[in-house]
Design a binder for this molecule. Structure first.
Ligand code: NBP
Length: 469
């Protein structure tokens, strides 16, 4: 049968997506800059479906019957522009290019405009789920034009993860909306991981739990409201013994967290929009601080503070408190991420369906979690919800958890255990629920030193005062 779909860039993600497409019965042409990779791929997986290999870009494009849909799975940034430039001369009007990498949304906005001006189509598509998701069903976030999406909808909705018979793929919005939403997804992933790491630190270094006990605690948490992929794999990590010693593997892993930039982009964009996205940003900074290993080792011998203290009192109570702190902070992290998407949609003229976004994050992706059903329900009930914290379910959940949340943060401060994401989430919560903040003083200061003027609580207008006689 005719082949309309092609994929170039056969690294881990590209290989697995190509196999996924073939497994679902769609014929597919494949290509990679380094030809040996294509050959190895076909030798290993060629029998899994209907593949056409190629040794040049021209041969690759010509293996496809128009309207062509070509997925690009190369490193984000300049490689994407290079690949587009190489493919373009062989395309016909109406052909579709799909960038499935983690591209910066502003690059995607530019590419959509440039290609559409030349009569071509472009979809900037977020793909989440790592290599396992790519093979067995990722969460897919396509953005660009609806008619471009219609061309690949039958393939994308088949290869994506399915939850309760619904595909984890939906058209996100115009221009760079798909990559924007994928970026926020990754930012939330950073926050989720940091919150789990803080819970781990408290339970390990505050309470003295062993890896076996941590495995038990996370396994139990995964059976409740916290049920999610990240909690599940965390439980698994604590059970893994080291191959080269009689200890556990997690204790042998160097405590320097790496990052590829999507968390940083989320924070940068939130600052541009003026939306407080504190949990994600603290998570990015926590990774930065972790990378200064040598400085931290040196400072640990110089800077005073409480060390080695332990949590006193009821152990199970503290474990439950940490669970509540984790859940409440997670709600705040998601509330902030969704707030950011609302602001970005306004800024860029996208129409985002937040309930649908929560729906496609329920499966396939790294932040998949039971809790996303609650988010979907919140937006279904109230599409113009100002903040997720105001949805009755979340108001109640955070309200019920706040006593433990506060206890955990006080204990962390007492023992000198850093919990930046827990505590900034609580600070956001307490700031957001305050009718009055001390910003009156800031306005007074600004007016005093810079004549920036201020508004009054008792009458309209802008005022300037001579503060000091
Ligand atoms: P990489 O991001 O490591 O990219 C490697 C691929 O890019 C190879 O096929 C390589 O070809 C090709 N490439 C490069 Br680099 N420069 C090129 C150029 N100038 N022209 C043509 N091809 C070029 O692969 P990945 O980890 O599979 O990720 C692909 C995309 O998916 C990235 O944007 C990534 O951020 C995103 N993503 C990854 C994951 C994950 O779990 N890894 C998850 C979600 C999204 P070569 O073989 O000839 O060097």
């Amino acid at each position: 049968s005719e082949t309309h779909f092609g994929l170039t860039g056969l690294a881990v993600m590209g290989q697995n997506l190509a196999r996924n497409v073939a497994h679902k019965g769609f014929p597919i042409a494949v290509h990679n800059r380094t030809t040996e990779k294509t050959e190895t791929f076909l030798a290993e997986h060629g029998s899994e479906g209907q593949f056409t290999g190629s040794t040049s870009v021209e041969e690759f494009v010509n293996a496809l019957t128009p309207p062509r849909a070509i997925m690009i799975m190369v490193k984000a940034g300049k490689p994407v522009d290079d690949v587009i430039a190489e493919i373009k001369p062989f395309l016909a009007k109406g052909d579709l290019l799909i960038d499935g990498g983690n591209s910066l949304f502003t690059d995607t906005e530019r590419r959509v405009k440039e290609l559409e001006a030349e009569g071509l189509r472009f979809l900037g598509t977020g793909v989440s789920g790592g290599e396992e998701g790519a093979l067995n069903g990722p969460s897919i976030m396509p953005g660009g034009s609806q008619e471009a999406y219609a061309i690949v909808e039958p393939i994308f909705t088949k290869i994506s993860a399915q939850v309760n018979g619904e595909p984890c793929c939906t058209f996100i919005g115009a221009g760079g909306a798909g990559h924007y939403v994928k970026m926020v997804h990754n930012g939330i992933e950073y926050a989720d991981m940091q919150l789990i790491a803080e819970a781990y630190d408290l339970l390990k270094n505050g309470l003295g739990l062993t890896n076996e006990e941590l495995h038990e605690v996370f396994t139990q948490w995964n059976a409740g409201d916290l049920d999610s992929f990240l909690i599940e794999i965390t439980a698994q990590i604590f059970a893994r013994k080291d191959d080269d010693s009689d200890g556990y593997l997690v204790d042998k892993v160097l405590d320097k967290a790496a990052q590829k930039g999507t968390g940083k982009w989320t924070s940068q964009s939130s600052l541009d929009l003026g939306i407080p996205v504190t949990a994600i940003t603290e998570a990015v900074f926590a990774r930065c601080l972790s990378s200064f290993k040598d400085q931290r080792v040196a400072a640990s011998k110089i800077l005073p503070g409480p060390t080695g203290g332990k949590i006193e009192g009821d152990r199970q109570q503290f474990i439950d408190d940490v669970r509540d702190a984790l859940y409440a902070s997670k709600v705040v992290a998601y509330a902030q991420g969704f707030d950011q998407m609302i602001a970005a949609a306004k800024e860029h003229g996208w129409t985002l369906n937040l309930g649908a976004i929560a729906t496609i994050w329920r499966g396939g992706c790294i932040i998949r979690a039971r809790f996303l059903d609650r988010i979907k329900e919140a937006y279904d009930a109230q599409p113009d919800l100002a903040n997720l914290l105001l949805a009755p379910y979340f108001t109640e959940a955070v309200g019920n958890g706040q006593t433990g949340w506060r206890r955990v943060i006080s204990e962390a401060a007492r023992l000198g255990i850093p919990v930046p994401a827990f505590s900034s989430s609580l600070a956001y919560y307490d700031g957001y629920r305050r009718a009055n903040l001390p910003a009156n003083l800031i306005q007074a200061q600004r007016d005093l030193f810079g004549a920036h003027t201020y508004e009054r609580t008792d009458k309209p207008g802008n005022f300037h005062s001579q503060w000091v006689e």
